[in-house]
Design a protein around this ligand. Sequence first.
Ligand code: TPP
Ligand code: MG
Length: 570
Amino acid sequence: MTASPASDQAAALLGELIANGVRDLVLAPGSRSQALALAATALARDGMLRVHVRIDERVAGFTALGLARETRVPVAVVCTSGTAAGNLLPAVMEAFHAGIPLLLLTADRPPELRGVGANQATIQPGLFRSFVRMEADADVPAPVEAGPSTGPAAHPGAAAPGTWTGLGVRAVHAALGLEGDGIAGVPGPVHLNLPMREPLSGTSTVHAQPGAAPALHSPAPVVLTRGPRTVVVAGADAGPAAEALSYDGGWPLIAEVVSGSRYGRLLVHGYRQLLREPELGGRIERVVVFGHPTLSREAAALLARVDVEVVAVRAGGEALDLNGRSRPVPAVAVEPGPADRDWLGAWMTASAAAAVDLSPPAPDQAGLYSDDKNARLGAVRAELEAVRRRLDRALLADAVWRATWPHDRLVFGSSRLVRVADQVLGGKKVPVHANRGLAGIDGTIATAIGIAQASQADGAPGVTRVLLGDLAFLHDVGALLIPGDEPTPRLQVIVGNDGGGTIFDGLEVAGSAPSGDLDRAFYTPQTVDLSQVAAAYGWEFALVTTRSALDQALTTAVTRPQIIEVPLER
Ligand SMILES: Cc1ncc(C[n+]2csc(CCOP(=O)(O)OP(=O)(O)O)c2C)c(N)n1
Ligand SMILES: [Mg+2]
């Protein structure tokens, strides 16, 4: 093999990323990116990097998003030039809006081959411009002379000409929101466009010294007075801080099921209804909002009220300001003092009455052991009915919630099921993920695979469950292709199959437009045989229709990734 400046710089760049905490890299095949790919696989062999290979760059992007969602450390994605890079856009958009650190390493042709009709060459610099915390169109790697004679850098901190030195450090810091062109403190994607000339790869020594990721800022909290009648609203990715503030303030906690803070004594059940009540929702004077609430009209309406003071704790993505006068703060605390017992009491009383109990009825012990034959028969019949009860969306969400524990992960797709889950499920300390930055139905399975692989790295136990609709499933079928030489994700993909997109049945226009047109353009009926899809990709498959069968499927050991199909009424 020959020497290749591209290989030298690729190895140096990945080494720099590893020295700054990067542990996962998702790779899609291509020839322009070969130097990066071979440096990555060499580092993987040395145990310096976990490399995940995906043929579809859209899948690769969402897999990286899932890995980074779970680890909160930047994850690198490597792809070749042309449409390959364009396929990363959906994951980049979601990562920007949800505040997830990604490093997009797109290989490119050198400048002299751009804009002249060369094969597989397009306009890559600036491709993700609206969505990145930092971008750079790097120098084409050039031969580096021995010793320190490569000449001074153009300006302090810049790489020497013909090298990528320093780019990796800057990229990691920017992705974590620590510097760069982005908003301080908010993680997000970074784009390094990496042009390379022939020879595209060659002999190169690849070594790395793993280091820790730079520490995140812990901003000083803004201390809130106890004064106004306050509720805490926790949207997507709010995390435990929302519950902690609610507890400290003695303020009711309205926590979406995707918030990661749906637990604790002050959790409000049936919050949508209570927000509509004049005596409760109508009397709110202040909202402290964490994360990105998206699941109810009622919470959105509350945050849009101009008579309500909104304090928005910055979690990621864009600053939340639906009423045009919300106050963004980096962190919050509450002044010492007594809680407003009347306010909290009114919410807690209403919440207790609004809680939904979907647990299966306790067996009728007295009936089962009764001396009266008819009583015994009745009790047995009731047992059988409970076991054979067909599943609806609420029971499905409830069964998955009950089967999932703090060492597991739960991922929601952007189908109707997440809204039903938000309405009926109680409090539980379960790590939940959902791509609510833009609430796309794309990339759900790939995201979940990334979450599963990250959460079970280093031998941690637990199962990742993803609950989604049939169209969201079919949208991301390509993600089912996982190379056999990667750790098998312990994953259950639970598909609520109602034959199409029933979320649209709730549109106002559904009452007036011709039903055939609605079906064709919105419901988009499908009759795909999911068992054959599972078989084609080598996944386990189960079709379950009753609560007891579902409970059983959810608790069997997961040794291969599984698809569990649950037919639902439209
Ligand atoms: C990428 C993307 N395309 C389109 C949409 C609009 N959309 C929202 S829900 C939905 C249908 C979802 O169907 P399914 O997953 O079967 O869930 P269901 O509504 O039937 O519960 C669509 C197309 C979207 N959110 N994201
Ligand atoms: Mg559906």
